[in-house]
Unconditional design. Structure first.
Length: 207
């Protein structure tokens, strides 16, 4: 489950915004909570306050780790911020494993930095001058930093090109991350009916 998300310098989010699904004692509607984590939430506010952009921000991970349908924004970073780098951080909980994935981009497609932690251990790290891969069967992957495509996620590359040993807690959590992200789905209906995630190609909501 997704338990925490933060974004900074993306569209209208100039400052860091954190959205946490963790709850303490919540007795108003226990059906909305599972293992002290909100599984159902409602965001409301006036037009132009950023509700749709928050949805797009949460779904940005789909464009990084999957081949599912996405909508690329022409104006990515906040126009009032001097930096053109947008930052995203996701925290997931899969059984007893914690997965934290964070990355920075300076456009909808160009990845500047990536970091993946599983149970507080750094498993993948990427910047333009450094690569770290700690998955056992992935340490010998050949990847030329100088020729790396800016659209290529190192985390995704490791996942697609590694044979993971079964029954290893970190490997199971890593696979659960991709299973979760591949099933994320965002419907929106403003000027037209469309969606992000879930499947490849473009269809309308009614289909």
């Amino acid at each position: 489950m997704l338990v925490r998300f933060s974004v900074e310098n993306y569209t209208n989010f100039k400052e860091r915004l954190e959205f946490s699904f963790k709850v303490g004692e919540y007795t108003f509607n226990t059906d909305a909570v599972k293992n002290a984590i909100l599984r159902t939430a409602v965001i409301y506010g006036p037009n132009g306050s950023g509700k749709s952009n928050l949805g797009c921000a949460i779904m940005d991970i789909v464009s990084v780790l999957t081949e599912k349908h996405t909508e690329m924004k022409a104006h990515y970073a906040n126009l009032d911020n001097k930096s053109d780098v947008a930052s995203f951080e996701y925290e997931f909980k899969f059984n007893k494993s914690s997965v934290i994935y964070k990355y920075s981009k300076n456009s909808a497609q160009e990845i500047l930095k990536e970091e993946l932690l599983i149970n507080d251990e750094k498993m993948v790290y990427y910047t333009s001058d450094k690569i770290l891969i700690n998955f056992k069967n992935a340490k010998n992957l050949q990847l030329d930093l100088k020729n790396k495509s800016p659209q290529l996620s190192l985390v995704k590359y490791v996942y697609l090109n590694t044979i993971f040993e079964p029954r290893v807690e970190q490997n199971i959590a890593f696979k659960n991350l991709f299973k979760f992200v591949n099933n994320m789905l965002y419907f929106y209906s403003l000027t037209y009916n469309s969606y992000i995630g879930f499947r490849s190609g473009v269809e309308t909501i009614d289909k």
